[in-house]
Design a protein around this ligand. Structure first.
Ligand SMILES: [Zn+2]
Length: 292
């Protein structure tokens, strides 16, 4: 009896003590300490790392929703791409639980980014190459799939040591005519037959020749990360194979719409092409560097 009376008396005292504590917990959740984004300011065409210490199922920003996955260290992680065509500005990234409740909201600043133009000289029969409907469908299916198992880990390795002839994001002209397209990957200099290596572990999802892309291999690294390698002279993997980081998947060529042997490769983050030079260190070619 006595103890109950005491507990009644204790209640307002406890409430007084707990109120600031609860307020602090709510404030820390609101300030996003359960989740983090890295970096918080980014150019167009780059990738943001998302991490939560609580069970976040998805994150959304500016109409784009990506999944987060539980990692072996107990955290939930995901990758948010910023497309080349996104509008610079400050946007909230909202983290949502499985039931749709908002766990956290953090601001991301997308910086104004200038991409230079680059003309590519192509022979008429090469310029005339076009993708078929089936080819487009194969690529769309690959880009749209996000698989649960993570086969990749940091850091990724460059597919070959050659310097960058053409960086990601440049506005492309073909024989002086604007294509209205941007360069969705990087071109690395390499001679015909140079081995091309998987930048990370994964499952081979495409191995075939395409009209425009030439000899192509595409790898699903899991949890929203994918890569694709084009213009190969020879393919060295089979569909469905599991590859490890550094495995030779093919050899440099000039197949498809290419004006000479080189490797064009692409990183897709949740279906959006992003700048591979945020993921791996590549040196620019001297000629590209000296261009105005
Ligand atoms: Zn290219």
């Amino acid at each position: 009896m006595n103890s109950r009376k005491q507990s009644y008396r204790l209640r307002p005292i406890l409430a007084t003590l707990l109120a600031p504590l609860l307020a602090a917990i709510v404030a820390s959740a609101a300030s996003g300490q359960q989740c983090a984004v890295k970096p918080v300011s980014i150019p167009l065409g780059q990738t943001i790392r998302l991490r939560c210490s609580v069970a976040a199922a998805t994150a959304r920003m500016n109409g784009r929703t990506v999944r987060l996955f539980k990692q072996t260290d107990g955290d939930w992680q995901g990758l948010m791409p910023v497309a080349v065509a996104d509008k610079p500005g400050t946007y909230p990234i909202e983290f949502l639980a499985e039931d749709g409740t908002t766990l956290s909201s953090l601001n991301l600043t997308i910086r104004k980014t200038i991409f230079p133009s680059q003309n590519v000289v192509l022979a008429p029969q090469i310029e005339a190459l076009h993708s078929t409907t089936e080819e487009m469908q194969t690529l769309t299916t690959f880009r749209d799939s996000v698989s649960d198992i993570k086969y990749w880990d940091d850091p990724l390795v460059p597919p070959l040591p050659g310097c960058v002839i053409s960086p990601f994001g440049v506005k492309r002209l073909h024989n002086g005519k604007p294509t209205g397209e941007f360069h969705a990957g990087v071109d690395q200099r390499a001679s015909e037959g140079t081995p091309i290596r998987a930048v990370a572990g994964g499952i081979v999802k495409i191995v075939q020749p395409f009209n425009v892309l030439g000899g192509t291999a595409a790898i699903d690294h899991g949890q929203g990360l994918e890569t694709m390698y084009l213009h190969m002279s020879k393919l060295n993997v089979e569909l469905g194979a599991h590859v490890n980081k550094g495995d030779i998947i093919g050899y440099v060529g000039a197949t498809g719409r290419a004006n000479g042997p080189h490797l064009h490769w692409v990183i897709y983050v949740n279906g959006v092409p992003v700048n591979p030079q945020q993921w791996v260190t590549l040196k620019p070619c001297a000629t590209a560097k000296n261009k105005p």
